[in-house]
Design a protein around this ligand. Structure first.
Ligand SMILES: NC(=O)c1ccc[n+]([C@@H]2O[C@H](COP(=O)([O-])OP(=O)(O)OC[C@H]3O[C@@H](n4cnc5c(N)ncnc54)[C@H](O)[C@@H]3O)[C@@H](O)[C@H]2O)c1
Ligand SMILES: O=C(O)C(=O)C[C@@H](O)[C@H](O)[C@H](O)COP(=O)(O)O
Ligand SMILES: [Zn+2]
Length: 359
């Protein structure tokens, strides 16, 4: 079993990654010190596959589990679903002594984590990720939250999970498009911190059943080390995990949520960030080409659809958390595996770069 420790003082936790680990979820949850009532939050696609067995195993181990499902998809990452889940949980007898399990992809993880952060002013939660995005990225780090019409993740809280149980076997039921999009986040990790991992990713095929537990753990380690340095994105180190997200989030929010999957929008955002890295820093076109080729291997979009208007992307971007007090903090690469935050990038360049994404 691959295991990564996320060292955050009193908020430290373990990420356990192994094929079939879900079978032993109750044992690992017990070992993490969680007891009593548990609200499993999942979605309409994931629940039917995995929640019944999980409930049975938890109840056999002495837990009292209830299941709460939201419709699958990005639109469920909303304040209205937060209220609905809090009401359902209260009606089902949950209180301060309960804990939450997020069973699903990044949408469920962000939503359930946020519910856990506000329910009775905060209860513990466990992440059980079931997509590539959530296995390599979103289940770790404690960023939770929901979208509003004005932009992505604009309402949220830092709330670390108490345990992450990563079972790559769950990927066997994940549809191809949702499987491929997740690699945008792994490619991002390689681009900002681990150029050698590009070679590992280049050896994969989008037709593979699932990546090795070691590759998932390698991504989690990259993220964990960054989060340990700057848990609440104050010093700027954690902003590096936002490579490709500044324009990417603008694109994702410019069309109804769910039209583009998160990883697809981030693929376009990565292309934009590579172009700006060449313009403002020392990244070479050859290095950019290598990353673009990898995104293309996973059939991720690199051309911005005409229906997505530049002015709408810019409007959404201006509300992004990376723009505070009028300053643009843009994550660039100086070479593969090495990222930094630049304050030099102008709105004019951003606008031109978005236009370049059209061809
Ligand atoms: N908090 C963070 O650090 C962080 C990091 C990255 C992404 N995110 C967020 O994560 C979200 C995207 O996550 P995602 O790409 O996992 O999307 P998702 O959670 O919507 O999952 C994608 C689709 O796959 C389905 N699905 C999930 N697991 C399945 C399985 N094993 N079998 C069958 N179907 C399955 C879901 O029902 C959904 O339809 C975005 O909202 C993004 O902002 C957060
Ligand atoms: O964990 C982080 O920090 C990240 O930036 C990871 C991103 O992949 C993720 O999409 C995150 O939700 C973006 O955060 P935001 O603060 O820009 O909303
Ligand atoms: Zn992301």
């Amino acid at each position: 079993m691959a295991s990564v420790h996320v060292n955050l003082g009193s908020r430290s936790y373990q990420v356990l990654c192994d094929y079939g680990i879900l079978e032993n979820a109750a044992k690992h949850i017990q070992e993490a010190g969680l007891q009593g009532k548990v609200a499993i939050i999942t979605d309409s696609n994931v629940g039917p596959y995995y929640s019944k067995t999980l409930v049975e195993k938890l109840n056999t181990a002495g837990y009292q589990a209830t299941t709460h499902s939201v419709p699958a998809g990005e639109a469920s990452k909303s304040m209205s679903k937060v209220e609905l889940l809090c009401r359902e949980m209260t009606q089902d007898g949950h209180d301060r002594s309960s804990f939450v399990i997020a069973l699903g992809g990044g949408v469920v993880g962000d939503l359930a984590g946020f519910v856990a952060s506000v329910f009775y002013r905060g209860i513990p939660f466990v992440q059980i990720p079931t997509t590539i995005v959530s296995l390599v990225d979103s289940s770790v780090g404690g960023k939770t939250g929901v979208n509003i019409a004005e932009g992505k993740n604009l309402v949220g809280a830092f709330h670390q999970p108490q345990l992450v149980l990563a079972d790559p076997a769950t990927l066997s039921t994940l549809p191809g498009r949702e499987y491929r999009e997740g690699y945008a986040e792994a490619i991002k990790h390689a681009a900002i911190r681990d150029a050698a991992m590009l070679t590992e990713l280049e050896a994969l095929s989008p037709e593979d059943q699932a990546p090795a537990a070691e590759l998932i753990a390698r991504n989690i380690s990259i993220k964990a080390r960054v989060v340990e340095e700057d848990e609440q994105e104050i010093s700027g180190t954690r902003a590096l995990l936002n490579f490709g997200h500044t324009i990417g989030h603008g694109i994702e929010a410019a069309v109804p949520y769910g039209t583009l999957l998160h990883g697809e929008a981030i693929s376009l955002g990565i292309r934009a960030a590579l172009l700006l890295s060449e313009e403002y820093s020392t990244l070479t076109p050859q290095d950019s080409e290598r990353v673009l080729k990898l995104l293309d291997t996973f059939q991720l979009p690199l051309t911005l659809p005409t229906k997505i208007k530049t002015e709408v992307v810019l409007e959404k971007m201006k509300r992004d958390k990376k723009f505070s007090g009028g300053t643009i903090n843009f994550v660039l690469l100086d070479k593969l595996g090495s990222a930094f935050v630049s304050k030099e990038v102008t709105w004019k360049s951003i606008e031109q770069t978005i236009e370049t994404l059209r061809s």
